[in-house]
Ligand binder design. Sequence first.
Ligand SMILES: *Cc1c(COP(=O)(O)O)cnc(C)c1O
Length: 223
Amino acid sequence: MLEEQLLQVRAAVAEAAKAAGRDPQTVKLLAVSKTFPASDIQQAWEAGQRAFGENRVQELSEKAPVLPADCEWHLIGHLQHNKVKQALEHAAWIHSVDSLSLLRRLNLLAEQMGKSPKILLEVNVSGEESKFGLKPSEVRDLVLAAQGGPCRLCGLMTMAPLGAEDAVLHSVFGGLRALRDEVSVATGQPLPELSMGMSGDFRVAIAEGATIVRIGTAIFGHR
Ligand SMILES: *Cc1c(COP(=O)(O)O)cnc(C)c1O
């Protein structure tokens, strides 16, 4: 059941890439396992999935130690300053860097712990009040501040409004890509990764250049 859904999602992701004239290999599938038990993640692992997304540090720290060591853990939810150390213990990627103070703390602790996770800046492209994320106008300064590491900045992340129409999705995802292009030129910093698209909107995200899609429900079921 889970394996079948995973295979279907993989096929749908590849199909969306081809429809956009892109090589399917350039779109990474992140299986968002939040709220689901380690046994479900184990099943997905047995079906070949390695990259998993969790949105809470506590849950990540409980699951990561009981699952195969070659799982690649991505923290995709809001990160509080007091959880940075615990996040760095497990996460290879952090998608939700949304302030200068968080960036500084990540770099400070990563240095002490000898870690160098990949990080993405979360941007609130849609401007919804309820969403975390940097204003587009703040991104340039954070990119400059991130240069020099040890956390390795490699792109941007966003979330579209839930259930939005295609036109809105295109403008949000296309907006993140345009911002990436602009900031990358202005700073000289390559930002190859665009983490955007979830179960309900990944096709549009892939059409707009997503390199990582974060899919939970379509693989693991409803939460
Ligand atoms: C839960 C979550 C997802 C996955 O959403 P689905 O609709 O279940 O695919 C993606 N990104 C973030 C940040 C999430 O919290």
